[in-house]
Design a protein around this ligand. Structure first.
Ligand SMILES: [Zn+2]
Length: 224
């Protein structure tokens, strides 16, 4: 019988969490449940949950915790009890973590491991500050450099590999916006990590290695 894994994956913006999640889902044969993708699916398909979420968003309000929980749990609980899953982007706070535990426990299930990919803030800034987009075709480009606003504003602008268009840095890829995103991540995530550390299922994996190197380390903490 195949081993089942029920995992939550954490990682700050720029840590390569999305890439690792895709790799792991394939290697472990488990569905990758991204809260962002799930939200977009419900909004697009105008499901009852999606319509409720859209209502709050139209009013410029945050989607309440309970609605987020309903959206995630509906997906998680639809998974056969012998199968595993990997959550990404949920839980975002201690209450969500507790509700997830309770829901799994009611079906005699539990999370196996919570994996956090750690990358020092300086390294995240350096990686993210190198993200540029093409004004013409929107293609993303990676230009390694120091995280400085001056470089981002430097001219002449580098050109797109695909269409020769001008490359620029999107607002949310600018150093100030990146710092803000990292701050939000830390404020949200640290208490949740503490919760899982207390439960002794947290594994912190350094994310400064290559994609393959980080993947190996994650598989090792999962006992693979
Ligand atoms: Zn282009």
């Amino acid at each position: 019988m195949a081993e089942e894994f029920r995992i939550v994956l954490f990682g700050p913006p720029g840590a390569g969490k999305g890439t690792q999640a895709q790799l792991l889902a394939e290697q472990l044969g488990i569905p990758h449940i991204s809260s962002g993708d799930l939200f977009r699916h419900h909004l697009r398909a105008e499901t009852p949950l999606g319509l409720r979420a859209a209502d709050y968003m139209r009013q410029g309000l945050l989607v309440p915790d309970d609605l987020t929980i309903d959206i995630i749990l509906e997906r998680v609980m639809a998974i056969n009890s012998e199968e595993g899953f990997m959550l990404d982007g949920f839980p975002r706070n201690r209450h969500q973590a507790e509700v997830l535990d309770d829901a799994l426990e009611r079906r005699s299930r539990a999370l196996d491991k919570v994996v956090c990919i750690d990358v020092p803030e300086g390294e995240l800034l350096r990686r993210l500050a190198g993200r540029f987009s093409c004004r013409e075709c929107q293609a993303p480009h990676s230009i390694p450099q120091d995280a400085s606003a001056e470089v981002a504003d430097a001219s002449p602008f580098p050109q797109c590999d695909h269409c020769g268009g001008e490359l620029y840095q999107r607002e949310d890829d600018r150093p100030e916006a990146i710092r803000k995103r990292i701050e939000v991540y830390q404020a949200e995530t640290l208490p949740v990590l503490g919760y899982y550390r207390d439960r002794r299922i947290l594994a912190e994996v350094p994310g400064t290695d290559s994609v393959e190197g980080v993947n190996q380390k994650v598989l090792t903490v999962l006992g693979r």
